[in-house]
Design a protein around this ligand. Sequence first.
Ligand SMILES: O=P(O)(O)OP(=O)(O)OP(=O)(O)OC[C@H]1O[C@@H](n2cnc3c(O)ncnc32)[C@H](O)[C@@H]1O
Ligand SMILES: [Mg+2]
Length: 214
Amino acid sequence: MPLPGPEVVIATKNAGKVKEFQALFGERGIAVRSLRDYPDIPDIVEDGETFAANALIKARAVAKAIGAPAVADDSGLAVERLNGAPGVYSARYAGEPADDAANNRKLLAELGQLGATAGAAANPGGVKLLSAAKFVCAMAFVDADGTVLAAVEGECDGAIAAEPRGEHGFGYDPLFYIPQLGRTMAELSMEEKNALSHRGQALRKLWQAMDKQG
Ligand SMILES: O=P(O)(O)OP(=O)(O)OP(=O)(O)OC[C@H]1O[C@@H](n2cnc3c(O)ncnc32)[C@H](O)[C@@H]1O
Ligand SMILES: [Mg+2]
């Protein structure tokens, strides 16, 4: 089966994801290209009902457009006290066009309405937490003809903090608190984030799947 690289194309426009993929694939000496290098590929409609379905939609659209294998990442935040929302709607939670700051404000507004905090007992740092939550990342690697070469999912458990902290990362990272570390995802270096994030987990599973298939 075609292993990715010396170069791999990731079906994403998200600059934060691209940086993380560059660091992760860089560990294997593989260079990363993204939709930012292919501005002529039209916007892809992510209308799947699951992260996995959307990852496949993006990977197949790009593989077809470039005539080569492609990897895609569909990810988001599932908040316990919001019954798993924003989930597959994470990017457009506060409407379109997608806006990280607006999404974070909406998340705090929705959770603020629920009042009481949860999970404080499991939080040695004493940070006010609003709900348990997890990041989910579905990743698909498809051949030029759309055949699925590997499809995996990674998760990262945490909680939603009442106030944003940290300048690193992107998206919901400033509100995603990791109790064991006493820091938000946005307070981690990229290396620290990749070591435990949903994306890092998914990519390591993808490599395992491909290494096994040889
Ligand atoms: O579809 P592409 O082009 O890959 O880029 P996107 O930003 O639209 O990505 P998704 O459709 O997968 O939507 C993911 C949403 O979840 C957020 N998200 C995903 N991974 C994240 C992470 O590691 N840290 C913080 N937020 C994340 C991200 O900010 C988006 O709002
Ligand atoms: Mg998207």
